[in-house]
Design a protein around this ligand. Structure first.
Ligand SMILES: *Cc1c(COP(=O)(O)O)cnc(C)c1O
Length: 412
């Protein structure tokens, strides 16, 4: 435990330089077999003096390929230095934030939350096929109507049906009675194996699902299921301020989690993290991937090691306490805007431990939505909600302008 330390700038540079030295160096080492090299130096100047103090750019130029999964089996030795950095990132997330026991997880840095979610669906679909000889038509995905559309993509790609569970319009919680009815119907249609996706922060509302709303009924009917948590949005916010949560590995029902480092953590795009318990990811082994050293257990093939280094840099710049403080500031700003909206009697949804405020569309004119770039729930005439995401750059100053404009628009 406590893998997550804050490091000084020198410590970070030294660590990344060491990692790069442990990788193959295409400048010095004889390396004939890879369709890879550092970035083209005619285009990307690699002797600029500032690079020695810029570990992420240095990694970017050396262009390590993190193809495959490095938490189990063997891996491509050419990039073992930066693969180790990736493992440190995964360890911080899995152990320190999401409470799995040390070394009891697998995972990798995927292209994004979409890939990490599809990876989870793929692992469980194959788990049910490999373990129970399940037919595709017997497997079903369960997720709320507020779930990210990557689940719809995954359902389509993997040819499994999605039970879209309705939520309460005002508080966005799962409607349990309606779920039970849908489940009974699914059972009569011969569905036997269920892949449940619970959200730690939906994209539009930041609402957080209670996974028990699903699993209590699945247990009641004695059904086989696997539970995935989509924390792409909330994974770097909710666990830090919510007093307790049944959405991490302490909950024995949770088998895997998606967390996007390129949203709240502000890492470069291409940093979606997939984590799962041990002995699951092997269900998606691609035996044909023979030229890759070790096992290819991931949906994407080649992927950049620079994203792992960038994510590691952010995590070790803040440390656990520093990140907590940053999230607290976002929460304070969210509290602030909610108070202003209350005083104007403007209706909105807000999950108390998230930094998203979703305002009922009736309060927002087209001009205001356009001026402040508010995101609608639907890009058509029946849109009912607009959201504000309290990111680092969204300061009280700019929120104040919005509140002033809303005041002018209020019919008193
Ligand atoms: C953004 C998001 C995703 C998809 O992530 P990408 O990184 O854009 O692929 C999945 N789930 C939720 C809840 C998200 O907010």
């Amino acid at each position: 435990m406590n893998n997550w330390k804050k490091l000084t700038s020198e410590e970070r540079i030294t660590r990344i330089q060491k990692a790069l030295e442990e990788n193959v160096n295409f400048m010095k080492d004889i390396s004939l077999g890879y369709p890879a090299s550092k970035l083209d130096s005619k285009v990307f100047n690699d002797d600029a003096p500032f690079l020695k103090d810029a570990p992420v750019l240095m990694t970017y130029l050396s262009n390590p390929n993190h193809i495959g999964c490095h938490t189990t089996g063997t891996s491509e030795v050419a990039f073992k230095g930066t693969q180790e950095i990736e493992k440190e990132v995964l360890g911080i997330l899995a152990v320190d934030i999401f409470n799995v026991a040390e070394n009891q997880f697998d995972g990798y840095i995927a292209t994004g939350g979409t890939e990490a979610n599809i990876q989870a669906l793929w692992v469980y679909r194959n788990f049910f096929i490999n373990t129970y000889n399940a037919k595709l038509s017997e497997i079903m995905i369960i997720a709320s109507e507020d779930t990210h559309y990557s689940i719809a993509k995954g359902a389509n790609l993997l040819s499994i049906e999605w039970m879209k569970v309705p939520v309460d319009f005002e508080n966005r919680t799962i409607l349990e009675n309606e779920f039970e009815t849908l489940l009974q119907k699914a059972i009569t249609e011969n569905k036997k194996y269920f892949i449940v996706v619970a959200n730690m922060g939906t994209t539009m509302f930041g609402s957080v699902d209670n996974p028990d709303s699903y699993t209590n009924f699945l247990d009641k009917y004695n059904l086989a299921y696997k539970l995935h948590i989509d924390a792409a949005y909330g994974g770097f916010v909710y666990p830090f301020i919510a007093p307790k949560s049944n959405l991490d590995f302490k909950n024995k029902n949770v088998s895997s989690i998606t967390i996007d480092a390129h949203k709240m953590l502000q890492a470069p795009y291409g940093s979606g993290i997939f984590l799962c318990r041990k002995n699951l990811i092997e269900n998606v082994l691609t035996k044909e991937a023979e030229y890759v050293e070790g096992m290819d257990l991931t949906l994407c093939g080649s992927r950049s090691g620079a994203n792992a280094v960038a994510t590691w840099m952010i995590l070790t710049t803040y440390g656990e306490n520093g990140w907590f403080e940053k999230v607290k500031i976002l929460q304070m700003r969210t509290d602030w805007i909610c108070k202003q909206l209350d005083s104007l009697s403007i209706k909105y949804f807000r999950e108390p431990y998230m930094n998203i405020v979703t305002i009922k569309a009736e309060h927002i004119s087209a001009d205001i939505a356009h001026k402040y770039d508010l995101v609608p729930q639907k890009h058509n005439v029946d849109n009912e909600w607009y959201k504000i995401v309290l990111m680092e750059h969204v300061e009280v100053d700019s929120l104040n302008h919005l509140i002033d404009d809303l005041k002018k628009n209020c019919v008193i």
